[in-house]
Ligand binder design. Structure first.
Ligand SMILES: *Cc1c(COP(=O)(O)O)cnc(C)c1O
Length: 385
């Protein structure tokens, strides 16, 4: 049996290289509170990503919560049910109410044509997600936000390095939030960031992530402790050195998958968006049970027998979790596309060191599952006659 294949594999740099950074930390004895690696990573990330201001965080969820505090959002916030739970949780932790809006079939992102119908006098902001790094319809969303005087905070946790029309996708909206969790394409073990566009906002974010201290003796706002430490920042500095090569390899993985899967009836994948530099950090497919002959869930289970552990991101929808189910906007009739996509989606193993052989193994296993189940069905049919 081959080695188990998981949906992702965290990138770890050579340990020797990491040790040299640890030695520096031991030498300086600065472990956190805006240490030298923290400052250096903020600077290098701003340059790499092509954004004005980066504020580093201990994780992406704290960054989302702080982004809402930064803009003093309290009230209804329109968001997508097709995301990770933290998107909506950050709203509840801020005393805001998530209002779920349906997604588009082509990008799986918030559907701007359905956005306006969700807006009420209580709406304060929109929190869209660039799911799998595919940019949202940013121009359309901004137009609607401006018309209604709403703030836009992007959950850009999947969008490290993504560019749209030559510019970082993080430059859109009022704020964007990144995650550097171990499972993401760029990791600092755990970590995150808020991207802001002016120095006053950057300053407020930095106060908020450090108890609200503006100087040694002054607290200006009830901040929390959400700072990134020096070990995390060191990891980030090392990861930045290889990120371009890793994205390039992921692009190849994606091309390889598409080549092998394109002729399988009932399997489709996400189209690339025009004018976009993708990061290829996920490889989701849709399984149409009627055409493929096997349900998504059965395929997911049977793949485990081949030692392949895929993930159903995002199933269930956030709106289907018991905490959110009773919201009026959680009614499935309000979310037909999101409901359908979440029943068909499957994310395949996808990481930079995935080999050609492993990609073949995944694709052949999918083909094998289809063949076996179809034969079983035919046999059953013969038994009936
Ligand atoms: C990973 C992720 C988060 C949470 O980030 P953490 O760093 O794990 O706290 C939030 N939203 C989305 C869409 C994510 O993928």
């Amino acid at each position: 049996m081959n080695q188990p294949l998981y949906v992702t594999k965290p990138y770890l740099p050579p340990l020797e290289e990491f040790k040299t950074y640890l030695e520096k930390i031991w030498e300086r004895q600065i472990l956190t509170n805006g240490g030298p690696f923290h400052e250096q990573l903020e600077e290098e990330l701003a340059k790499y990503l092509g954004v004005k201001y980066v504020s580093l965080f201990a994780n992406g969820t704290l960054a989302l919560m702080t982004a809402l505090q930064t803009l003093r959002i309290s009230g209804d916030v329109i968001t997508t049910p097709f995301s990770f739970a933290a998107t909506a949780h950050s709203l509840l932790w801020n005393g805001s109410k998530p209002v779920f809006c349906d997604i588009e079939p082509g990008t799986y992102n918030l559907d701007p044509s359905k956005l306006e119908a969700s807006i009420t006098p209580d709406t304060k902001a929109i929190m869209p997600v660039h799911v799998y790094g595919t940019p949202c319809k940013i121009d359309k969303i901004q137009e609607i936000a401006t018309d209604h005087g709403l703030k836009v905070i992007y959950d850009a946790c999947h969008s490290f390095g993504v560019r749209y029309k030559g510019e970082s996708v993080l430059n859109y909206g009022d704020l964007s939030v990144l995650s550097f969790h171990a499972t993401k394409i760029f990791n600092t073990f755990e970590g995150g960031a808020i991207i802001s566009h002016d120095p006053i906002t950057k300053r407020r974010i930095d106060f908020l992530k450090n108890f609200g201290f503006s100087d040694e003796v002054t607290v200006v706002t009830p901040g929390m402790n959400a700072k990134m430490n020096e070990v995390q920042a060191a990891m980030g500095l090392i990861q930045l050195k290889t990120i371009d090569q890793r994205i390039e390899r992921l692009k190849n993985v994606s091309l390889n998958y598409k080549k092998r899967l394109k002729n399988i009836e009932g399997i489709t994948f996400l189209d690339e968006v025009a004018d976009t530099k993708h990061n290829y950090s996920y490889f989701p497919i849709l399984i149409d049970e009627e055409k493929f002959g096997v349900s998504r869930d059965k395929t997911y289970e049977l793949l485990k027998t081949f030692n392949i552990f895929t993930r159903r991101y995002f199933y269930p929808l956030i709106s289907e979790f018991p905490v959110y189910k009773s919201l009026p906007s959680s009614n499935p009739s309000n979310l037909p596309i999101a409901t359908e996509i979440s029943r068909k989606i499957l994310c395949l193993p996808n990481f930079a060191v995935l080999t050609q052989g492993e990609i073949e193994h995944v694709c052949n296993s999918i083909i094998e599952i289809q063949k076996t189940v179809k034969e079983e069905v035919n046999q059953d049919a013969r038994l009936v006659f």
